[in-house]
Structures are given as structure tokens and as C-alpha cells.
Design a protein around this ligand. Sequence first.
Ligand code: HEM
Length: 411
Amino acid sequence: MSTTPDPAPVPLNGPLLHSDPARAYREMRREHGSVVPVLLDGDVPAWLVLGYRELHQVTGDPALFSRDPELWNQWDDIPEDWPLRAMISRRQPSIMHTVGEEHHRRAAMLVAALEAVNPFDLRTRTERFADELIDAICPRGTADLVGEFAMRLPVRVLAWLFGFDDEDGPGLVTALNDIADGRDHDRSGQMLLLTSMTRLVAARRAEPADDVVSRMLADPAGCTDEEIVHDLTVMLGAGHLPTADWIGNSLRLMLTDNRFAASLFGGRNSIAEAMNEVLWEDTPNQNVAGRWASRDTRLGGRLIRAGDLLLLGLQGANSDPQVRTDGSALTGGNHAHFSFGHGDHRCPFPAQEIAEVIARTGIGVLLDRLPDIDLAVPAASLTRRPSPFMRGLSELPVTFTPTPALNGTLA
Ligand code: HEM
């Protein structure tokens, strides 16, 4: 097979990627094909895999396209203060960056601990946390549903699932959102996460309970406490922000698209439809870093060198015209999108279900409690956080008829 000569790489930032990513991916595909040479911050080269077929190839072959960042051929040129070091770093002893047998052992343990979550308890607890958040805003008649709801709900539920006390929740919310939004300059958020996880693991080692941490500690595969602390931290990070963005992006769709207007007045049927459409069209994890080629190979007509970094272009693959042949909706009941990844390192199935319950329940409670919710600003003025990796709203200002909190107060 011949290879296409490498065109000039595309910087992976710029206003179009944030304002109209569908168009940005379409243009990249037209000019460069399904595997696009891109430049990350500091002109660091990588490949963005936008083709659905090529992405299957990459995620389905963990030996050739490894999750091990040690393979990267750019480490010598990466400065200590490179802004993406939090996402791509050499020593990450968590499930995400282990490979082969070690990864299978860690993944099996994590899946078993998440599978044992009782879906009824999960729903009930999500309703309770959602009610608390709505109590804080409902007497006002105005709110930012991203900052005051979507960005607070998933971390509270996940912290409870792991085994944290309710009092730990607000501190974890602040730490995680500061890290996600790049505000954790003094790394105090990172430190709080690490010390909180370490304390929880030690407490459950001494006295087990019915929670994710205790189940991981009791697993016969026997991970060390340190490994469990790292996997819990990764899970909280990998779970919170995409679920928060899933909630925010789905609410935006329901508030701006007439097809979903009816559900705002009590019908819950189209919540699931809106959520599925978001995973196809406006997915939280737009691009994921990544995989590293373990030897020279060819992909989508390009020559990939050993050690090259490949970014998983999940949104690009979801809108690949080769799978969306009529250029229209596949969304309905079709779940063949790439939004949870694919292959050995895909989002674990019970984690996907947990995210789904949190998002669907949270949106349901919100629409039940505030049925006449409406956008407070023109839809066109809504902005996204500027990231080529995660796609979420900066804020979602709404108005509604003020109602008393559940404890009866109308401020
Ligand atoms: C809307 C919500 C979510 C989305 C869109 C999402 C998406 C993803 C994607 C795309 C990956 C694959 C990364 C790769 O292939 O390199 C992934 C991995 C992962 N996700 Fe999720 N995720 C979500 C929620 C969650 C939740 C709630 C949890 C935990 C309870 C979780 C835990 C994980 C873990 C542990 C991995 C790493 C798996 C591994 O490397 O073996 N995710 N997720």
C-alpha cells in the first residue's frame, strides 16, 4: 500500500475547534484524510485518528498501539512545564497506563468492584444529591446549570460510591473542578485528592464496609494500597468531568432544540434520546491521548513511526461519513459510537452504566423540580471551555419560576 506524503501539520487548537468542531473535523478530513498530522501545545507532533475504521484498528490492537507512554519518541523535547503533562506523563502507575497481563488484572478488579454497585441505591442516592443541589438554587429563579448542578453532581455520587463520607464531598468537588479547569496552579487540589484517597484506603483496610474501595481491597487479585489509591484517583477524574459534560451538553440540547421541548414539561422519554444524541454529535471526550506505536506501521495511508503518539479522535470518528453514509442521524437507539472508547482500554461497562444512571437521574430530577426552565441568554452566546480534549459548556444560565426548597424555605 502506498503512503500519502505528509502535509503540513494542523495545530490542535484555534477557535473553529471550539465553536464548530464538526466543521473543523470535516475540513481536516477533507484536507488530510482519516489520520491527520497535528501539533499539540508547544508544537509537539502527534496523529489525530478521525476515521471510524482506523480508530477500530488502533483501539483493537493494544500490542501495536500501546497505552504505555514510555514508548513516546518525543520525551527528550518535552519541557518540565509542558501544559499537557497532567494528561500525558511518563510515570503514571494507574490502570490507564498499565498494559498486558498487569492491565487485565487491574481492570478485572475494578470491574468487579463497580459491577457490585446496587443500581437502586445508586439512583436513590443520585436523586438525593440532585435534590440538595436544586434546593440551593430553586428559590432564586435563576441558576447556572453547569457550575451549580452538572459540575457538582457526578463527583458527589462517585465519592459516595467509593466510600467517602458526605462531609468530604464539597472539598472533592472543588479540588476536581479546579484541576479540570486548569486552576490548580499550586497543586493543592491534587494533594487533597491524594491524601483523601490514601486516608480512605487506610480506613477501609482497617474496617471494611459495603463500598467500591472495600471490594477492591478484598479482591483476591490483591493490588497494593498504592495501586488502589492511583486507580481510584484516575476513576474519579475519568468519571466526573465527562459525566458532568454529558449532563451539561444534554441539557443544552434539550433547551435549544424544539424536538426536545415537550420533555421539559414533564415528559421523561426524550432525556435518553437527547443523551444518546449528545454521545454521537457533541461528545464529552472529543479526543483522547492516546496510544503509542510500538513499531513502524501504516495507518490510513500514513507512515507511523515507532514511538509516535496517536490521539483517539472520538468525535471525528463518530461523524465519519463512511459510517454516517446518508450524512444524517444514526443517533436514535444506535449506540455504536466511539464515545466510551473501544478495546481493552475502553471505559469499563459498569462505569458506563454508572455514568448513565447519574446523568439520566440528575436530568430527570432537575426537570421534575423546575419544569418551566428556560435559557436566560440567546443560544448562540453559549460558550465552551477551550480544550481540544473535553467538550463542555463554560456555563448554562437559565431562568425558572422560583419554588420553595424541599425543606420548605423560599428565600
Ligand atoms: C459520560 C461519561 C464517561 C465517558 C464519556 C467516558 C469515556 C471514556 C473513554 C473514551 C475511555 C477510554 C480511554 C482510552 O481508550 O484511552 C474511558 C476510560 C475509562 N473510564 Fe470512562 N467515561 C465516562 C465515565 C466514567 C465513569 C463514571 C467512570 C468510573 C466510575 C469511568 C472510568 C473509566 C476508567 C477507569 C477508564 C480507564 C480504563 C482502562 O484504561 O482500562 N468512566 N472512559
